[in-house]
Design a protein. Structure first.
Length: 162
């Protein structure tokens, strides 16, 4: 987000501290940095590692909201929101109804909602806002389970079990 691994250019104290102490991690992240022919800064992350983290997050959200997902997903996508075409971005932001089919598993938030509980204080439309501007997610069930995550209002993640 800052365009650098140099702690002097970072705004978040925790990230500054981590990258100051973990030189190997800072070097690993820096090795993903490059510039295209026009000089635009690009990052080529280790996608396997990113996918592993996103999948763990999605499984946790699916379990908490609906029920555990043990199988591999049918779809896992990660891309910057800015790389989305406007219509795809609208579909992503507005996908799903937030409703479940049938009765959800006892103890899940979906069960609590199905029993008549009102919207949660952290819910903003279809999205559960964990930390404004940093992390939000949505879980929908409609013939499968669809988990959408947005990190730092930058990275869009979709994990889908059909």
């Amino acid at each position: 987000m800052a365009g650098s691994t140099n702690p002097e250019f970072l705004s978040r104290p925790k990230i500054k501290r981590i990258l100051s102490r973990k030189k190997e991690l800072a070097a690993r992240i820096k090795s993903c940095k490059r510039r295209d022919d026009g000089g635009t800064l690009l990052w080529e992350p280790e996608l396997e590692r990113v996918h592993n983290v996103v999948l763990k997050l999605a499984k946790g959200h699916a379990a908490y909201e609906l029920f555990p997902q043990w199988s591999e997903p049918d779809e896992l996508q990660v891309l910057p929101l800015t790389a989305m075409h406007e219509s795809n971005r609208n579909d992503f932001e507005n996908a799903g109804s937030g409703e479940t089919s049938g009765w959800p598993e006892i103890g899940t938030r979906a069960f609590i909602r199905a029993c008549g509980a009102g919207p949660l204080s952290d819910q903003c439309g279809r999205w559960i806002v964990v930390q404004p501007g940093r992390y939000r997610y949505s879980v929908d069930e409609n013939g499968g389970v669809l988990v959408r995550i947005v990190l730092a209002e930058y990275l869009a993640c979709v994990v889908n079990w059909n």
